[in-house]
Ligand binder design. Structure first.
Ligand code: ARG
Length: 458
């Protein structure tokens, strides 16, 4: 049985069939396809478009097809083109010609748009769950490192000391924005396209609101042409996934750096480290590297679909079938990356001695000295210049700031009192007591707020 070739005398060429068939990948939509068909059949029965008895037969047939698929008994056939036709053909095989009534008041164009929206809705929930889990891990590691002095960088040059918790909570914020982005995307995915037919709407007294309610959609689409042409919700998912992967990639890059012997800030748990096939001493951060690497292909899927969409005239075009593999791979890559990176980050061993040592190098307290002079009434620009000269003097002498005598300090400004000697990593960190800053009190507040965010979403 071949649907949709009634007016075509010839069989589809084998090459053309292989080229156009999508069932190899869109079979992944079977649950969504069946759920959509069940809701549609119920509505047809209720509206008297088909008889209630026929609707019941169709629903029962669909339920048993779902069981066949889930128990591995279902034979997907490439000659049946896609998941929709495979399931419909099997339905007719099982319950007879009445199965052919399911496709009343429907087209594959609104059907596939529906399946994709159902799939994206589920995938958004999974992405949010993955992000939340990752945030929980970040929060745990942050809690354990409230007092771990850590070198803060700008331009990858030592800048100012922070605590590691503060640095990690920066990622917590990024992932919170990702959660928000996925929620925004959910709001626009949550629209029922069914009832749009091929493009113009359907000539039957359908109850679209009923179908929307059955499937848990917030509303029905307002324009049938848009509804079958639109893949913005896929693009938005892929854009949100790309940004989340970018965040994960930045963290991965830092972990790659931190775990090198040059930095030595963290040690990778062996369960997340790989060896080298040639160099026995190696403990490689391959998980982090792959998360960084896979970010590229997620961006690629976004660019791919944007490019597919850009030249399409309204309404449905077969090009739209190209939305699927990229989306599926994006979903899989994002979820796998979040999962494995959560494990990797949660099991990192932090070397607080090394991070403190690194923070103590490179005149990292120079800004604090300038701020000290400012508190004595010196304009900041002048203070900046005085300390700049002091630092180059110390560098020339090969001395750390702490090794300079009070006399040496005072030769640069008489306003340097003996208290400058008590400026330390801790005092520097403690002084950043501003909302969003790295002081112990502010970090406690940030931790509490982050816990609250996670608690609410549980
Ligand atoms: N496999 C198709 C897709 O993914 C389903 C819709 C086909 N519609 C059509 N008129 N050929 O886009």
């Amino acid at each position: 049985m071949k649907f949709s070739r009634a007016r075509l005398a010839k069989e589809l060429a084998e090459k053309a069939q292989a080229y156009t068939a999508s069932v190899a990948f869109d079979r992944r939509l079977y649950r969504h396809d069946i759920a959509g068909s069940i809701a549609h059949a119920k509505m047809l029965g209720q509206q008297g478009i088909i008889s209630p008895k026929e609707a019941e037969l169709i629903v029962m047939g669909l339920v048993s097809i779902r069981e066949e698929i889930e128990s591995g008994q279902f034979q997907f056939k490439p000659e049946m083109e896609d998941v929709h036709l495979n399931i419909e053909a099997r339905l007719i095989e099982k319950i007879g010609a009445v199965g052919g009534k399911l496709h009343t008041a429907r087209s594959r164009n609104d059907q596939v748009a529906l399946d994709m929206r159902l799939f994206v809705r589920d995938s958004i929930q999974e992405a949010i769950a993955g992000l939340k889990e990752f945030q929980r891990v970040l929060l745990d590691v942050a809690e354990a490192n409230k007092q771990t002095v850590f070198p803060g960088y700008t331009h990858l040059q030592l800048a100012q000391p922070v605590v590691l918790a503060h640095h990690l909570l920066a990622y917590f914020e990024m992932f919170e924005r990702d959660v928000e982005r996925f929620r925004d995307c959910l709001a626009r995915s949550d629209v029922l396209p069914l009832g749009s037919g091929a493009l113009a709407g359907v000539p039957y007294p359908v109850d679209r609101e009923f179908v929307a309610k059955e499937l848990g959609f917030a509303r029905v689409s307002r324009n049938s042409i848009d509804a079958v042409s639109d893949r913005d919700f896929v693009l938005e998912y892929e854009a949100a996934a790309s940004i989340a992967m970018m965040h994960l990639s930045r963290l991965s890059e830092e972990i790659v750096l931190w775990s090198s012997s040059e930095f030595g800030f963290v040690e990778m748990d062996e369960a997340y480290a790989t060896g080298s096939s040639i160099m026995p001493q190696k403990k490689n951060p391959d998980v982090a590297e792959l998360a960084r690497g896979k970010t590229g292909r997620v961006y690629g899927h976004l660019m791919g679909l944007l490019t597919t969409m850009k030249g399409l005239p309204l309404s449905y075009n077969r090009d739209l079938q190209e939305d699927k593999e990229g989306l599926f791979d994006t979903v899989d890559t994002l979820l796998a990356s979040l999962g494995v990176c959560a494990g990797m980050v949660g099991s990192l061993k932090v070397n607080a001695v090394r991070t403190r040592e690194a923070a103590g190098k490179g005149y990292i307290l120079a800004t604090d000295l300038a701020d000290y002079l400012v508190r004595q009434g010196v304009p900041f620009r002048t203070a900046h210049e005085v300390v700049g000269k002091l630092v180059s003097y110390a560098a020339e002498k090969g001395k750390a700031l702490s090794e300079l005598t009070s006399g040496e300090y005072r030769s640069f400004s008489p306003l340097f009192g003996d208290e400058v000697k008590s400026i330390s990593l801790e005092s520097s960190v403690a002084s950043r007591n501003v909302t969003g800053g790295t002081s112990p009190g502010q970090v406690e507040r940030a931790l509490a707020r982050s816990r609250e965010i996670l608690g609410k979403s549980r």
